[in-house]
Design a protein around this ligand. Structure first.
Ligand code: SAM
Length: 297
């Protein structure tokens, strides 16, 4: 018998969509990959081997899932669109190491999932061709969960990938760069042309690798405060960090204390937020805690 044809070919993808009378839902970010080489490169970027448990978001018709299943110990994939469940049943029937859950990834209780399914897992990797309309919420949901994920290999809009890896004093650097780099080391693995998708998206794509840090990039006394001041510092990018934080201060009578916190953290208040490293934001957050100035909106 001849080898079955990979799902990620234009012909097989078209056949599957026709057989199940599926019209692609743009609202769910459905752009299916039709190039097996790209998928193999994604799996390789996750160093997936027979010891690796993979969590996949949005298996679609199973193209990436299939390539992961060939190398991984097991794959747990979460798909929101119920129309795709019978499709996946058929396309992945040869792979006994795949489990599909019909669930919105943002609704998954990872603590429960970990206890029920990941007890035997020695290495956990997340791999996905993400639905682009919720890239950031998905990454933050995973990073703030208790899941012991080692690496995430994620396809996303190229412009978002640039923001995630951006360094201080660049146009793309902002609160998103800091939020992600707080938890992970970011590498852009490779860029991906529109032509490998069916249907083609309007934007260019990139695959990034997030290596989850054992401890956050900076240790602070109050993580919530750090997040608040980072967000506030970028509200008006062209203004100084002083102006942005002064505006965000609940009690305007505390401006002098704010000035003292800047001095104590050795940060010039006339700088722009975009010039500060995570470590400098961390030092400022700790100085604010020391001066008991934590009420920012
Ligand atoms: N993995 C397939 C591929 O690479 O060809 C499909 C990727 S497609 C870009 C994104 C997939 O995510 C779609 O199958 C879509 O239905 C699914 N999806 C969208 N929102 C989701 C959510 N909140 N939770 C789980 N899956 C979701």
């Amino acid at each position: 018998m001849s080898e079955p044809i990979d799902i990620a070919t234009p012909r097989r993808t078209r056949e599957i969509l026709e057989k199940y009378d599926l019209n692609v839902k743009k609202s769910l970010g459905q752009n299916f990959i039709i190039d097996t080489n790209i998928l193999k490169n994604i799996v390789a970027a996750g160093d997936v081997d027979e010891e690796t448990t993979v969590i996949e978001i949005g298996p679609g018709i199973g193209a990436l899932t299939e390539q992961i299943a060939k190398s991984a110990k097991e794959v747990f994939a979460f798909e929101i669109d119920d129309r795709l469940l019978p499709v996946l049943d058929e396309t992945l029937s040869d792979y006994s190491n795949v489990t599909i859950f019909h669930q919105d990834i943002l609704e998954v209780d990872f603590e429960k999932f970990q206890t029920e399914y990941l007890k035997e897992s020695s290495r956990i990797v997340v791999i996905a061709n993400l639905p682009y309309y919720i890239t950031t919420p998905i990454i933050m949901h995973l990073l703030s969960s208790s899941l012991p994920v080692e690496t995430m290999v994620l396809m996303m809009q190229k412009e978002v990938a640039s923001r995630l890896e951006a360094q201080p004093s660049t146009k793309a650097y902002g609160s998103l760069s800091i939020a992600i780099q707080y938890y992970t080391e970011v590498e852009i693995a490779f860029t991906v042309p529109k032509t490998v998708f069916m249907p083609q998206p309007n934007v260019e794509s990139a695959v990034i690798r997030l290596n989850v840090r054992e401890t956050p990039a900076v240790q602070v006394k109050d993580e919530t405060l750090l997040a608040k001041i980072v967000r506030a510092s970028f509200v008006q990018r062209r203004k100084t960090i002083w102006n942005n934080l002064r505006r965000a201060l609940d009690n305007k009578e505390q401006e002098e204390t704010l000035r003292a916190a800047f001095a104590s953290a050795d940060i010039d208040p006339s700088r722009r937020g975009e010039s500060l490293t995570i470590q400098e934001f961390g030092a400022l957050a700790d100085a604010l805690v020391a001066f008991e100035l934590t009420d920012f909106t």
